[in-house]
Design a protein around this ligand. Structure first.
Ligand SMILES: NC(=O)c1ccc[n+]([C@@H]2O[C@H](COP(=O)([O-])OP(=O)(O)OC[C@H]3O[C@@H](n4cnc5c(N)ncnc54)[C@H](OP(=O)(O)O)[C@@H]3O)[C@@H](O)[C@H]2O)c1
Length: 259
C-alpha cells in the first residue's frame, strides 16, 4: 500500500519489537526501507526476529533490554545510534498486563505494569531525545496506548492508568519538543485478533463473539492495521501530525460510548 522507499534511510528503535504488534511494525518498517533495532528481554525471541527478517534480506538488529531499567534503555539507544549512525523513529510498544480486580491488586503488581508501560515509555523518550532532535527527517515518537486508558479499564486499572499516562506524556512532549521538529503521537489499537493477548483473553475464554460485536465494524483488527498506522505517522505522510492519538479500533470505543 505504501511505496517501498517511504521510510528509506530512517533508523527506528522499537521496544517489544521481537513479537506481536511490535514485530509486525519492525518487519513493515524494514520492508519499507528503514534500518530497525528491536529491544526486549527475551534473547531467544530477539534472535528469532532477526533470523525471520534476515531470510527476507532485511536490515534488522536486536538488543536485549528491560525497559524498566533506564541505563538499559540508554544503552539500547546508544547502540542503535552507533550501529546505524543516528535515530529517527522511536516506537514505545513494550507492555505488560494481567487481569486483576483492583481490590486484589498488590502494590507490586501495580508497580510492575506502571514500570514497563509508563516509566519504560518515559525512559525511551528521554534517552532518545538528544538523537531525535538531530534527525534530518524530523524525529518521531510513537507510543502504543489504548482507548481503555481514557475510558477506564475495569480489571486492569494498572494498565489503564499507565496508558492514560502515556497519552498525557505524549501531548506534553508534542508541545515541549515541537520546536525541535520532533513529532510525538500515540496509536490506540482496539482488539487485534492475531495477537496472543486477544487469543488468551477472548478466544480461549469463549468471549470472542461478544467482543467482536463491541466494535462498530463487528470484527477484530489485524497486526498489519497497527503497523500501517505506524508507517503513516513515521513517514512524511504524517509530517504535520503531532500530539495526536490515532485510534485504530474498528469504532470500538465510540460504540462503547454511543450505544
Ligand atoms: N493485542 C491487542 O489487541 C492490543 C490492544 C490494545 C493495545 N495493545 C498494545 O499494543 C502493544 C503490543 O501488544 P501485543 O499484543 O503485541 O503484546 P505482546 O505480544 O505481549 O508484546 C509485548 C512485548 O513487550 C515486550 N516486553 C514486555 N515487558 C518488557 C520489558 N520489561 N522490557 C522490554 N520489553 C518488554 C515483550 O517481549 P519480552 O517478553 O521479550 O521482553 C513483548 O515482545 C502493547 O503496548 C499493548 O498494550 C495491544
Amino acid at each position: 500500500m505504501f511505496t517501498s522507499d517511504v521510510l528509506k534511510g530512517r533508523v527506528a528503535l522499537i521496544t517489544g519489537g521481537a513479537g506481536g504488534i511490535g514485530f509486525e511494525i519492525a518487519a513493515t518498517y524494514a520492508r519499507l526501507g528503514a534500518k530497525v533495532m528491536v529491544a526486549s528481554r527475551n534473547q531467544e525471541r530477539l534472535d528469532g526476529a532477526v533470523t525471520a527478517l534476515a531470510t527476507e534480506g532485511l536490515t534488522i538488529q536486536a538488543i536485549r533490554t528491560d525497559v524498566r531499567n533506564y541505563e538499559e534503555v540508554q544503552s539500547a539507544v546508544a547502540t542503535t545510534v552507533s550501529q546505524y549512525g543516528g535515530l529517527d523513529i522511536l516506537v514505545n510498544n513494550a507492555a505488560g498486563n494481567f487481569h486483576c480486580p483492583t481490590a486484589d491488586l498488590s502494590p507490586n503488581g501495580w508497580r510492575t505494569v506502571i514500570d514497563i508501560d509508563l516509566n519504560g515509555t518515559f525512559y525511551g523518550c528521554h534517552a532518545a531525545y538528544p538523537h531525535l532532535k538531530k534527525s534530518e527527517y524530523g524525529g518521531c515518537i510513537i507510543s502504543i496506548a489504548t482507548m481503555l486508558g481514557l475510558s477506564g479499564w475495569p480489571g486492569a486499572a494498572h494498565a489503564g492508568a499507565a496508558k492514560a499516562g502515556i497519552i498525557s506524556l505524549t501531548r506534553t512532549l508534542a508541545v515541549e519538543w515541537g520546536d525541535d521538529q520532533i513529532r510525538v503521537n500515540t496509536i490506540s489499537p482496539g482488539p487485534i485478533g492475531d495477537t496472543e493477548g486477544v487469543r488468551r483473553l477472548y478466544q480461549e475464554t469463549g468471549r470472542e463473539e461478544l467482543e467482536r460485536k463491541k466494535t462498530a465494524l463487528g470484527r477484530f483488527g489485524k497486526k498489519s492495521d497497527i503497523a500501517n498506522a505506524a508507517v503513516y505517522l513515521a513517514s512524511d505522510l504524517g509530517q504535520y501530525i503531532t500530539g495526536e492519538n490515532l485510534v485504530v479500533d474498528g469504532g470500538r470505543w465510540l460504540k462503547y460510548v454511543a450505544a
